[in-house]
Write a protein that binds this ligand. Structure first.
Ligand SMILES: Nc1nc2c(ncn2[C@@H]2O[C@H](COP(=O)(O)OP(=O)(O)OP(=O)(O)O)[C@@H](O)[C@H]2O)c(=O)[nH]1
Ligand SMILES: [Mg+2]
Length: 275
């Protein structure tokens, strides 16, 4: 396969915990997924590293990053903690969510367990709300086969609107296809039509209003709809980020802090009034 661990980099540079340089010369690929789906196995196979964990500032759980070279280009790979959702209910979910939302990797690979697709797809739908630059990696295909589970990769790809590849990461199978798909997404060579859940009718008007308010405050923010949903749910972290203007700083979307009458987790007037 045409990738190689980045041996030209000093070890200290190949393995960093802090300071993932998103927007730098090396495209950044995030590995997200439910716990135990094979993310670190893929991370180790591609980077040649053994998954490294350490303390993220203020956190007890860490994400790991490393590098690899594919077709002459250097990529940064980030192994996120396993999560069932991006709703920021736990530190792990918050790390994964903040990285996808604020650091905005060039491509997010969502690693799924082929034997438990139904459970795993919940996270996929959430990630597709945050970013469309996604590749789905259906891993543990050997285990699925052993249990007589067939996965229709083509149909899954049509349904989800982003590239889907099958892998057996433990044996290194399918990783070339995975890299080819990631490369195509980063190069903009595939048309991405991510499937997103329809907004319930009763919320449509409220969501649309919130989305325009968010877009007005943060022009260029790519995931205003997902942020609107979280505000409706009373997501405290995002409410703070909106009110303080941190969202614009973190996402590079510019913008200005919300007026003091803006969305608050304890203020359902905007949503409730409009819906
Ligand atoms: N049979 C089989 N086992 C696999 C495959 N990929 C990974 N595994 C195994 O699945 C287990 C979990 O793999 P990890 O790579 O640690 O999973 P993870 O997604 O990083 O898990 P968390 O960090 O807990 O979220 C390990 O025992 C792997 O060897 C695969 O394709 N087939
Ligand atoms: Mg892991």
């Amino acid at each position: 396969m045409s990738k190689a661990a980045c041996k030209s980099c000093p070890e200290s540079d190949r393995q960093t915990i802090v300071g993932v340089e998103v927007g730098g010369k090396s495209p950044v690929i995030a590995l997200a997924g439910n716990p135990n789906t094979g993310k670190s196995t893929i991370f180790n196979a591609l980077t040649g590293l053994r998954q490294y964990t350490g303390n993220w500032p203020g956190k007890t759980v860490a994400r790991a990053s490393g590098h690899f070279v594919h077709n002459g280009r250097r990529y940064t790979l980030v192994d996120l903690p396993g999560t069932y959702s991006l709703l920021s209910a736990s530190v792990d979910e918050e790390i994964a969510r903040d990285f996808l939302l604020f650091d905005r990797p060039d491509c997010t690979v969502v690693v799924l367990d082929a034997t438990a697709l139904e459970r795993n797809l919940n996270l996929v739908l959430q990630v597709l709300e945050v970013t469309s630059r996604v590749v789905i990696c259906v891993n543990l295909m050997d285990e699925a086969k052993r249990r007589g589970i067939e996965v229709d990769i083509g149909e899954l790809q049509r349904e989800l609107g982003v590239p889907v590849v099958a892998t057996i990461a433990r044996k290194g199978k399918g990783l070339d296809d995975l890299l080819a798909a990631v490369e195509s997404v980063i190069a903009g060579r595939v048309a991405l039509k991510p499937r997103t859940a329809p907004t319930p009718t009763s919320l449509q008007e409220g969501v649309e209003k919130l989305v325009s308010m968010i877009q007005e405050m943060y022009p260029g923010l790519p995931n205003a709809r997902w942020i609107a949903y979280r505000l409706i749910e009373g997501d405290h972290r995002l409410t703070q980020a909106i009110e303080s203007g941190e969202l614009g700083t973190l996402t590079g979307a510019g913008g200005r802090p919300a007026p003091s009458t803006g969305a608050r987790s304890d203020d359902s007037a905007i949503v409730g009034g409009a819906a």
